[in-house]
Design a protein around this ligand. Structure first.
Ligand code: ATP
Ligand code: MG
Length: 249
């Protein structure tokens, strides 16, 4: 079987007084472009896993493959062009909104697609923004969407998304969900999306990767996971969030 993206037995050691291994034997694969959500309690290593997959953080054992090629056979630059990453805490590049939109294209030496940038700004409800405005002055939610658009403009094959709707109002959150679903379907982009929003996971992902007990414990069809997790940890996770009452399952 061939996969568009795959990782195998990833092992990550950290310097921590409580535990030295953050995760071990983490395996996952994507056989066709789809949206996969990564769920799990805080501190399980979801963000670290995304950073490892984006080659922004190191790992200690295991392999990652893009197409049929191991990460060892890709340059970091080529890999990062194919595998985009949107952080939980967006960092703006110096300058204006327009500079932010354009800089990534010039860094990756690809032409700036003005029409696409404009269209994405509109569909992500940022059409009111003056492109000359200083990016540092944007609100948290505006920065989050601008940083998503920057990553989409690179047209990577895989997008790694870390809680990118956490600081958005409902309207903007739904706009992001719709845009990403359509982008994945139309452009054939695979997405690995960390979220604590169960409704989002349930409605927008095909598969769930559930992280607990220091590994990727469940890799399930989304509906099957929400119907009945395979593990006690999965069950407790869903029940815990339901009991919190903040997230509608
Ligand atoms: N390089 C490192 N050195 C020491 N500790 C680290 C390192 N990288 C990650 N950690 C620790 O690993 C744990 C997992 O962090 P991570 O941010 O990946 O979790 P998470 O699952 O994304 O949590 P959340 O849902 O709160 O965002 C944290 O306790 C963090 O402090
Ligand atoms: Mg995180």
């Amino acid at each position: 079987m061939s996969y568009i993206f795959q990782f195998d037995r990833l092992h990550k050691v950290i310097e921590d007084t409580e535990r030295s291994v953050l995760f071990t034997n983490v395996c996952g694969c994507m056989d066709e472009p789809m949206i996969i959500t990564v769920l799990g309690a805080s501190g399980q290593g979801k963000s670290t896993l995304l950073r490892v997959l984006a080659r922004l953080d190191s790992f200690d054992e295991g392999d990652m493959m893009l197409g049929n090629k191991s990460y060892k056979d890709w340059s970091v630059r080529e890999w990062r062009m194919k595998v985009g990453y949107v952080s939980q805490f967006p960092v703006m590049l110096p300058g204006s909104v327009e500079d932010n939109l354009k800089t990534v294209s010039s860094l990756h030496r690809i032409p700036f697609d003005h029409a696409l940038a404009k269209k994405l700004m509109e569909s992500l409800r940022l059409d009111h923004l003056d492109w000359n405005k200083k990016a540092a002055d944007l609100s948290g939610g505006e920065k989050q969407r601008l940083s998503l658009i920057r990553s989409m403009l690179i047209r990577s094959e895989i997008l790694l998304l870390d809680e990118i709707t956490a600081s958005l109002d409902q309207h903007s959150k739904h706009a992001v969900e719709q845009v990403l679903e359509e982008w994945s379907r139309r452009e054939g982009v695979g997405m690995i999306w960390v979220t604590h929003d169960l409704q989002q996971a349930r409605h927008h992902s095909k598969r769930v990767w559930f992280m607990a007990e220091g590994t990727l414990l469940e890799d399930r069809d989304t509906q099957a996971f929400f119907d009945k997790p395979d593990t006690n940890a999965g069950m407790q996770y869903l029940q815990g969030l339901k009991a919190e009452g903040e997230h509608h399952v």
